[in-house]
Design a protein around this ligand. Structure first.
Ligand SMILES: Cc1ncc(COP(=O)(O)O)c(C=O)c1O
Length: 353
């Protein structure tokens, strides 16, 4: 575990060159999913609990924000600008971090990417938490451009004499990926404590920097671990291109040679569209709840686990191999999808244990 540059200590040393604001005070939990593993018939299944990061209901973006917002501080920003769809976990985590930092937060809220207009979707879950954390919301029509409206918002604030710092959609950038590589140091040490090195890390992939961070982190600290991103955007080519871009940028920042063949984005588990759960998503959320008391969501982590279950059923791993599922958070969105909760109430009793 210790020693040269191709080790966990090597990754930690490279990450130590970057500033952080200190949103994470301890490694997130790493647990065996005994009952899900038994239900599925192996391999050995572990979960990395990024949903337990202790700010604003947790989630994977906080790990990226720890590094990204340090840049905002160094640039002496007085307002944080970001954006996302109505039920974006990303912007909720930006709002939470900004609140803890004592900075104003303005969010461009995209309407129309997800074709829903029920009051539950518009007002519950992340939409409510954004307001609770004091963010100012600016409704914007979705036009497919994830970042232009954020920069427009920042320009307007600049005209008012403010010093905005733009956190990109999904907190995805080279620096965001560097921040997420820190998850690999924890996974490597926690797996080592349990006496193994993971055969694969599986998670859901959207704006790309989570997977990019896992790729560059494992390239240094867990060279024999596959990183498998489950596309939840129904845009696997776009996801793959973004993962590669951020992984290249993060590699340069960490002084690492990027190997293109480490990018593995798996299609076919996103359901019909972004934000629309399919039957396998509902089943995965139900299984995780009933067997492991994990709260997954209909947009991200539920689809990620649905993808993992499918890969297991296709025989991708033997019973003695170790697979880590990254629970990237997202539970607040569950409270915004009333129809999903109704479907879950129906399927719950049908899951055999
Ligand atoms: C709960 C959750 N999981 C996974 C992801 C995907 O991470 P990334 O956008 O870095 O690919 C997101 C992104 O919004 C998310 O909110």
């Amino acid at each position: 575990m210790s020693g040269g540059k191709g080790t966990v200590s090597g990754l930690e040393a490279r990450l130590a060159r970057f500033s952080k604001i200190g949103l994470l005070t301890a490694p997130t939990p790493f647990e065996r999913m005994w009952r899900l593993e038994k239900h599925l018939g192996g391999p050995k299944l572990w979960v990395k609990r990024e949903d337990c990061i202790p700010t604003g209901s947790g989630g994977n973006k906080l790990r990226k924000l720890d590094y990204v917002l340090a840049e905002a501080v160094s640039k002496k920003a007085d307002v944080i600008v970001s954006g996302g769809v109505v039920q974006s976990n990303s912007q909720r985590q930006v709002a939470a971090a900004a609140a803890r930092m004592g900075l104003d937060c303005h969010l461009a809220v995209f309407h129309g990417r997800v074709a829903r207009a029920d009051s539950s979707y518009e007002e519950n879950g992340n939409a409510f938490l954004n307001r609770l954390f004091g963010a100012q919301l600016h409704p914007v029509a979705w036009n497919g451009d994830r970042n232009a409206a954020l920069y427009d918002l920042a320009d307007n604030l600049r005209k008012e004499g403010r010093k905005p710092y733009v956190v990109p959609y999904g907190v995805s950038s080279g620096l965001g990926a560097v921040g997420y590589a820190s998850a690999v140091t924890e996974i490597a040490r926690q797996a080592h404590d349990h006496g193994f090195s993971p055969d694969a890390i599986v998670h859901c992939s959207g704006s790309g920097a989570t997977q990019a961070g896992l790729i560059v982190g494992t390239a240094i600290a867990l060279r024999h671990t596959d990183v498998i991103g489950i596309d939840i955007d129904a845009e696997p080519e776009r996801v793959e291109a973004d993962v590669l871009r951020y992984a290249k940028e993060a590699s340069a920042m960490l002084e690492l040679d990027m190997e293109k063949n480490r990018v593995n984005v798996v299609a076919g588990h996103s359901g019909p569209a972004y934000g629309v759960p399919h039957e396998q998503t509902i089943e995965a959320i139900s299984l995780a709840g009933r067997l492991e008391a994990l709260v997954l969501d209909p947009v991200y982590s539920g689809k990620g686990l649905a993808g993992l279950i499918s890969l297991i059923s296709q025989g991708n791993w033997s019973a003695d191999q170790n697979v880590v599922f990254v629970h990237t958070g997202g539970a607040p969105a569950l409270y915004a999808y009333q129809d999903v909760r109704e479907r879950l109430s129906r399927t719950g009793s049908e899951v055999g244990t």
